[in-house]
Design a protein around this ligand. Sequence first.
Ligand SMILES: Nc1nc2c(ncn2[C@@H]2O[C@H](COP(=O)(O)OP(=O)(O)O)[C@@H](O)[C@H]2O)c(=O)[nH]1
Ligand SMILES: [Mg+2]
Ligand SMILES: [Zn+2]
Length: 300
Amino acid sequence: MKNGIDGTIVAAFGRQYEVELADGTRLLCFTRAKKSSFACGDHVEVSATAPDQGVIEKLHARTSLLYREDAFKQKLIAANLTQVVIVVATEPSFSPELLTRCLCAVEDQELKALIVLNKADLSDRLADARALLRPFLDVGYEVLETCAKQSVAPLLERLAGEVSLLVGQSGMGKSTLTNALIPDAAAVTAEISTALDSGRHTTTFSRLYRLPGGGTLIDSPGLQMFGLAQLSHDALAWSFREFRPHLGQCRFRDCHHDAEPGCALLAALADGAIAASRFAQYRMLRNELTSAMQARNGHA
Ligand SMILES: Nc1nc2c(ncn2[C@@H]2O[C@H](COP(=O)(O)OP(=O)(O)O)[C@@H](O)[C@H]2O)c(=O)[nH]1
Ligand SMILES: [Mg+2]
Ligand SMILES: [Zn+2]
């Protein structure tokens, strides 16, 4: 059997991975290590052990890695992305806090962010959803309103030439968008569900698709939590994009931006350059990071 073949992980289910080779062949691959740490989108080197099976031998360097982490474990979401599309909806209602957390991870990896407000056809809920998104627009994020059931053309345009991840809470319409964007996505999903005997229609693992107009799309399971324990305190502050002009301007180099005199962030907050709601989220996340660090060091 052939060794040293390059491929891309197009689906990650537990400790099994589907790897697509340059010629389009797909191998179901296992890993040699007990603790595997690969993600959908990873470029790997594999050895074929059967016409449709292989072993992952090596991971090629990543350009980016989106993941979440709490005090004790890490959960990889996708690798080698250029853009993250965070999907929210008019109904069910979404969590602005979760959206903030996703954006922090996206900013930390220096990826492009696009917020999609789906189910824009549910017009009686639209005003409320727009109001929840206002603080994100105010700091420069772009919001694209879609109706997955009518037209995904404007979204498709934004995906050309990018490696994009669709992420968000469950029920927002990620899979419906994927199915509308990729004609044979539903068939692929059904086939895998049968193969794994999961028999469920909810997305339980990430899957990578090639878009008809060029570009790559990864659909992911619904998110309920997004720990950011991987970030340092400085990285967290930097991940709030409107804080950046003020960072490094505090009187004290190790300023906690808490109550210190001469704090540039508190000054920006006082004069309205930083919104109170964003600063409150930052404080909450900062406290969470501190707790995670303490828990790791054994004095929780
Ligand atoms: N009205 C409306 N319903 C939608 C739209 N997009 C998705 N849905 C519905 O929302 C539900 C959840 O969609 P799904 O794609 O499974 O969400 P996911 O969990 O984010 O993958 C399904 O019943 C869809 O039919 C939309 O644009 N408008
Ligand atoms: Mg889904
Ligand atoms: Zn400060």
